[in-house]
Design a protein around this ligand. Structure first.
Ligand code: SAM
Ligand code: SF4
Ligand code: SF4
Length: 352
């Protein structure tokens, strides 16, 4: 852990947005092939020797917390494929600046690890689940793992966790007839469901405007079943707008595509090999692995992060939305050839 922790310094970007939340991708590998994230047959993986050790990840995180980060989300690829993940959580728990350590997982390995993760000090878990129907799951992910994901979800409260979230990418023509079923599932699984609008991040993601189920449509579908839906108080920098059903059930919508929330975005992400991206849509990042391994001082690495954040102008989702006016929002952000040249541009490398 870095020695400045006691004198934490806050930095702000060109729009005055603070640096508060870090998504740490612990691996780019995955045991599913979701069509909106990894539709291709073959992928170029990050070279193993480039992938940061858990100690390097904890050390890097320390520089971020010195500059204001107090929330860390572990993601991937599939983070539970990273050996020793609980060890990383234990290291992060030694950092007093971190108030919240969360995990986003596809849930396949969760039943095996939930207790261990709880013991290690993980605060919260989000499981991605797009359908309750095993055959649809297979169609979407090209793997027969639905039952294991369901077991994984059930294991979370049993292990002692509260605040379980289930994230669903809402896709027109795929799961728009399951929104109510998913809310009902959430009630019995002690989970808050959050619907994510389909995003045109990465490139090979089979995105099209027609497949986006907007926040407005999601609310319409749910109100036909549940009646009046009340928005809950302001969300601040959180990506999800939360809503309340008449029976007291809450759920969220992350409307990144139709109603971007870049103006309050305090998030950035580090890939498993130590590239730092200031936006989900950014095509260039800052290499933090090189200075880390070359023996740069703590001050030097912090300066790199500070100046990177102070120069941040990113508002990727708003810029993508602006293309709609001219009819230019027609597919993924980046062409497949370019993705093959640089795997960092893939959604699964930068953690969603
Ligand atoms: N493998 C883990 C999982 O699926 O939960 C963590 C990494 S995954 C990249 C993180 C989140 O990004 C998942 O909830 C996934 O559904 C979401 N995601 C991936 N591609 C997306 C897209 N094109 N639009 C919206 N959400 C997407
Ligand atoms: Fe699906 Fe997550 Fe794997 Fe992407 S990283 S293919 S969203 S499970
Ligand atoms: Fe933040 Fe970029 Fe997402 Fe906008 S598009 S909310 S700036 S990560």
């Amino acid at each position: 852990m870095s020695e400045l922790s006691k004198n934490m310094e806050l930095v702000a970007d060109t729009y005055g947005r603070p640096l508060r939340s870090l998504r740490l991708s612990v691996t780019d590998r995955c045991n599913l092939r979701c069509s909106y994230c990894m539709p291709e047959q073959d992928y170029v993986w990050l070279p193993r020797e480039d992938v940061l050790t858990l100690e390097e990840m904890a050390r890097l995180t320390g520089y971020f917390t010195d500059l204001g980060v107090d929330r860390v989300r572990l993601t991937g690829g599939e983070p539970l494929l990273r050996r020793g993940l609980s060890g990383l959580i234990r290291l992060l728990r030694q950092n007093q600046q971190i108030k919240d350590i969360a995990l986003t997982t596809n849930g396949i390995l969760l039943a095996d690890y939930a207790e261990e993760l709880y013991e290690a000090g993980l605060h919260r878990i989000t499981v991605s689940l797009d359908t309750l129907r095993p055959e649809r799951f297979h169609q979407l992910t090209r793997r027969d793992e639905h039952a294991r994901v369901m077991d994984g979800i059930a294991s979370v409260p049993r292990a002692g966790f509260t605040g379980l979230k289930v994230d669903t990418v809402a896709i027109r023509g795929f799961n728009d007839d399951e929104l109510v079923d998913l809310i009902e599932f959430g009630k019995q699984a002690q989970a808050e469901v959050r619907f994510i609008e389909y995003m045109d991040v990465g490139g090979a993601n089979e995105w099209s405007q027609e497949k986006v189920l907007s926040q407005a449509t999601i609310l319409l579908i749910l109100s036909m079943r549940y009646g009046t839906i009340e928005p809950m108080p302001e969300r601040g920098a959180a990506p999800a707008q939360r809503f309340l059903l008449p029976d007291g059930t809450t759920f969220g919508i992350i409307p990144s595509t139709t109603t971007p929330f870049c103006s309050t975005c305090d998030r950035s992400r580090v890939t498993a090999d130590g590239l730092w991206y200031r936006c989900l849509y950014a095509t260039a990042g800052t290499d933090l692995r090189k200075p880390l391994r070359a023996g740069a001082s703590s001050d030097e690495i912090r300066d790199l992060i500070r100046s990177g954040w102070e120069g941040r102008r990113d508002r990727g989702a708003e810029e993508r939305k602006a293309l709609e006016r001219d009819g230019l929002r027609i597919g993924g952000l980046i062409g497949i050839e370019k993705l093959r040249e640089d795997p960092h541009l893939e959604m699964h490398a930068r953690g969603g």
